[in-house]
Design a protein around this ligand. Structure first.
Ligand code: GLP
Length: 241
């Protein structure tokens, strides 16, 4: 895995946006794998800037998000669909029909998971997958114990993830306990992976991912099996390396 250490959150966003923009420029029909959470917000801000100031063109690109909370409609303010609209999609020229986020309130969740996998395959696979990392080493919502063979499925969120994500909800009781998430196999199927981490709370997970053994106990460490991973971290997230 290639490691890039940058000074702070601002630099992290710029570096990551530069990598994604290079992909869009070299392949206008790029299939982007996108992530939510606090970490990629700065990257999305930079991508919007690149679209506005340097005319980076997303008109032929498409995107697949990693995950969505079960039970939340696309219109729910805390849904990942709403996050993506607010932080990126509403500000660039990626056509609405080209963006994909799992439907968290689908009537048939198993069917939704299966058709999400099929849609990724039919799009030709993901060219570049952006990832954050959970405090417990999760990627997407693949919690510790997730199999290397897992594909898009309904997952149970751990207590620590529910607590970490409660900051976005009015109370912890409102945080969904399940999500639809791409699996580890889906993520490893992307041609390139870029993982971002910022802040001291991620330092241990970053160390285990890079320096520990590849184990399902730390799902991000399974990226060691992938041939083209770039990890971009700020100095605080690199503090245990
Ligand atoms: C959520 C998301 C992950 C994200 C993680 C870390 O659980 N499903 O994709 O990487 O949170 O979020 P943050 O960037 O806010 O620390």
């Amino acid at each position: 895995m290639k490691l890039i250490i940058v000074k702070d959150y601002g630099e992290l966003g710029k570096k990551a946006a530069g990598l994604v923009a290079d992909e869009v420029k070299s392949n206008p029909k790029v299939v982007l794998g996108l992530a939510t959470g606090g970490t990629p917000v700065g990257m999305y801000r930079e991508l919007i800037k690149l679209h506005q100031e340097e005319s980076i063109d997303f008109s032929q690109a498409s995107s697949f998000n990693l995950d969505e909370y079960v039970g939340l409609a696309a219109t729910h303010p805390q849904s990942y669909r709403a996050y993506m609209q607010e932080n990126l999609f509403d500000h660039i020229n990626l056509p609405a029909g080209h963006t994909h986020v799992p439907t968290g309130d689908a009537a048939d969740l198993q069917q939704e998971c299966a058709s999400y996998e099929t849609a990724i395959r039919e799009a030709g696979g993901i060219d570049i997958q952006v990832l954050g990392i959970g405090n417990n080493g999760h990627i997407g919502f693949n919690e510790p114990g997730s199999s290397v063979e897992s594909t898009t499925r309904v997952v149970q969120l751990t207590e620590s993830t529910i607590e970490a994500n409660a900051r976005y909800f009015a109370s912890i009781e409102e945080v969904p306990t399940q999500a639809i998430s791409m699996g580890i196999k889906t993520i490893l199927g992307a041609k390139k992976v870029v993982l971002l981490a910022s802040g001291e709370t991620k330092a241990e997970a970053v160390r285990l991912m890079l320096e520990g053994e590849a184990t399902a106990d730390v799902p991000a460490s399974l990226l060691q099996h992938h041939p083209d991973v770039t990890v971009i971290v700020d100095e605080a997230a690199a503090s245990q390396l």
